[in-house]
Design a protein around this ligand. Sequence first.
Ligand code: EPZ
Length: 420
Amino acid sequence: MESFIIKGGVPLHGEVTISGAKNAALPMMAATLLTPERCVLRHIPNLSDVQFMGQILTSVGAHVQIDGDTVTVQAGKIKGIGDYNLIRKMRGSICILGPLLGRLHKAKVSLPGGCVIGPRPIDLHLKGMRALGTQIVLQQGYICATAPKLLGAEIFLGGRNGPTVLGTANVMMAAVLAEGVTTIESAACEPEVVDLAQFLNEMGAKITGAGSPTITVTGVGELHGADHVVIPDRIEAATFAIAAAATNGQVTIRGARSDHFQAVLDKLREAGVTTETKSSALVIRRAGELKPMDVTTLPYAGFPTDAQAQIMVLMTATPGISIVTERIFESRFMHISELARLGANIAVEGPSAIVKGGSLLNGAPIMASDLRASAALVIAGLIAAGTTRVNRIYHVDRGYEKIDEKLRALGARITRVQST
Ligand code: EPZ
């Protein structure tokens, strides 16, 4: 296992280029199963989760080639059974269910299970598939789904905590080859859903309304191959923007879509950070003492849960009391106990974390628990005095392409070492 050794206290300066969005790439790779023709996806980030999705597609019979940032998939002849052990390891793999059902009218996929950020139910995915005419039984850890015929339907996909991102993607992918019209109400509006809908349309699907709470899918007989460039990763961009502010540096972020993470930029501005667009890049710079923040995570276009841990680190550097309320995954606070090891003063009250910020963090050995928590711990290491060792960084490699190289290019003293 590998760890990062970070010598903190260096403001980040320079330019960083944002990679393709992991959370757009994964469902899009799954969508390639909908056609026997060749699909090419470009601007795909080089991440372990992408490699993993490649293995899952291979396990159902697709030919997958990953060449730099381009993934080519040809799913000529495929089977409806995904490899149990592969699928249960990555939650994102649930989104092969929709394409397998759409193409083969049957699928046997392992239940994805929970993870450290809390229970991760899939009831809404299954509700959507059932509404399209699928019979589903859960057997020995598998979702066994069969649909003699997929028929368009009106489906309400809102859950306790709002819409579901992968659930919307999954139902949309099953519905493109269904007979008739499907309307998804309370659909997720995330840019990754919009990008997936665009890719599906490029494959010959008829989807309108993606990006709004009502998505309409008019079923077609078959899809064909397509060549698509994936959107930039808004969470990677948000992470670098927060890191620039937290270290009191100045970073030019290239290749990001600032319209995709306005909620984060807005909070940064409220905190006293300048966010300026200059020749199609975004320049992030702290404009004086930081001001306390009050952040609530919400479905898009609200503040993303995937940037909650990172903004909390900025709060530890902000004099006064800041509050984070997590409304998507209530127990997504694993990073707090690790931040406490660095001296952060954070109390949890139900879904809220109260951060008393302003005193300098001190380096210590800490452990990454999930992807975004790991990114937060890296930022904490960058601002802490002395040396921080972040263990179990395979979590960060799941979602951030070469984060250590990108940070080093900005002046950070971060090295990757083998854990002892
Ligand atoms: C996607 O997960 C992302 N994953 C997550 O990113 C992200 O945190 C999440 O959306 C929210 O933005 C990928 O795209 C691969 P949800 P997803 O279904 O789709 C509840 C990261 O760090 N719910 O939108 O699985 C659920 O419990 C990851 O990159 C149900 O109740 O999340 C949650 O409270 C982690 N029933 C809320 O909906 C369901 O059937 C939103 O979850 C499904 C979800």
